[in-house]
Design a protein around this ligand. Structure first.
Ligand SMILES: [Zn+2]
Length: 347
């Protein structure tokens, strides 16, 4: 199957060259992919996925291998590369719990990668590819070895490989996962409105964006916005500034119903619940937040896992492409339709 190099030895490079020459329908985004800091075997996998030669069921059928066209994992849909790595419920569960998010509203795998490259920063692109690769390994484990995949192993493995690229977490408030309610899916509020907020902080440029979505007790979209907030020092300040921004935006709306503001940064949530006695910039920001809502009785804060905060996350990411402020009322922007539906279908 592989073409070998001049010495007759298979190398990753000759493998790529082979694939590149054999399949001229090269996606336009391949140039930047070479610059990604990923293990060669992962890049190799990526190339095979991009050129549609990964041996998923639909590709084996084309090679006249007698087998079912259905995905061997969910047994529900044709197994294309996009299905296998992204849209299969098995894969989707991993994407929504990762901080990359689920970007399944595309026609094929190259389109997914193009989407990721457009909307995510370089670190997240790398992480996304690692997750796709681990999903592929887990799928093969299930198909060929009947291996039972323990939930979260896929993410943990991808995480492990990318640890050196991870941003150092600021640990101001001790984090005890046992005290945190394990809400994985987004839940509509019992009454009134729920406002999900998220910040997107680009560690390279220091630029930050904030995303906000308000939904009612039926899960119906009410309002949404994203705003670019310029330069911030670190991600913790970014997280706090988004709360301040969201609060002042919500306050200007004068909603007459109870509103719960949901965020995925536990540190900020906990800081809002207590009195901080230091003079740090962080404490000042928290103070600003409390001051803003001092006369708003029906507002409360809650913490959710990232997986339940996907809509706000996508809106925050969108700030890279909107100048300043973008707002939507009643009708949500098309790029969040899928996640809104996903949140609704999971209740
Ligand atoms: Zn499937």
């Amino acid at each position: 199957m592989w073409k070998f190099d001049s010495k007759g030895i298979y190398t990753v490079k000759s493998g790529y060259k082979y694939q590149y020459n054999q399949l001229p329908r090269a996606p336009t985004l391949t140039k930047d992919l070479w610059k990604l800091e990923l293990p060669p075997k992962v890049l190799n996998f990526l190339w095979r996925a991009l050129f549609n030669i990964l041996p998923v069921c639909m590709n084996l059928i084309h090679r006249h291998v007698a087998m079912s066209r259905l995905c061997p994992v969910c047994n529900d849909e044709l197994e294309t590369i996009l299905h296998c790595l992204i849209t299969c419920p098995f894969a989707r569960d991993y994407w929504v719990t990762s901080n990359v998010g689920w970007w399944g509203a595309v026609d094929n795998f190259p389109a997914w990668l193009s989407m990721i490259q457009t909307w995510c920063d370089r670190q997240q692109v790398q992480k996304a590819i690692m997750i796709a690769w681990e999903i592929w390994n887990a799928r093969n484990g299930i198909v060929w070895k009947q291996k039972h995949v323990v939930p979260y192993t896929v993410l943990q493995k991808a995480q492990h490989f990318l640890q050196e690229w991870q941003l150092a977490r600021v640990s101001m408030v001790s984090y005890d996962p046992n005290t945190v309610p394990a809400v994985i899916k987004w839940q509509p509020p019992d009454a009134g409105l729920k406002c999900n907020i998220d910040a997107c902080f680009d560690a390279v440029t220091g630029l930050m964006g904030v995303g906000l979505v308000i939904r009612d007790s039926n899960g119906q979209f009410v309002e949404g916005m994203c705003k670019s907030l310029g330069y911030v020092q670190n991600s913790l300040n970014a997280e706090t500034m988004r709360v301040r921004e969201a609060l002042s935006w919500v306050k200007g709306r004068l909603f007459n119903t109870p509103l719960v503001m949901e965020m995925d940064c536990l540190m900020v949530k906990q800081a809002l619940d207590r009195i901080l006695h230091d003079n740090s910039y962080f404490a000042t920001l928290i103070h600003d937040c409390k001051f803003l809502v001092r006369d708003v009785a029906s507002l409360s804060f809650s913490f959710v896992k990232k997986s339940a905060n996907q809509v706000a996350h996508m809106l925050a990411r969108a700030t890279g492409f909107t100048s300043g402020l973008a707002e939507w009322s009643v009708n949500p922007p098309t790029f969040i339709h899928d996640v809104l539906l996903f949140d609704l279908n999971n209740n």
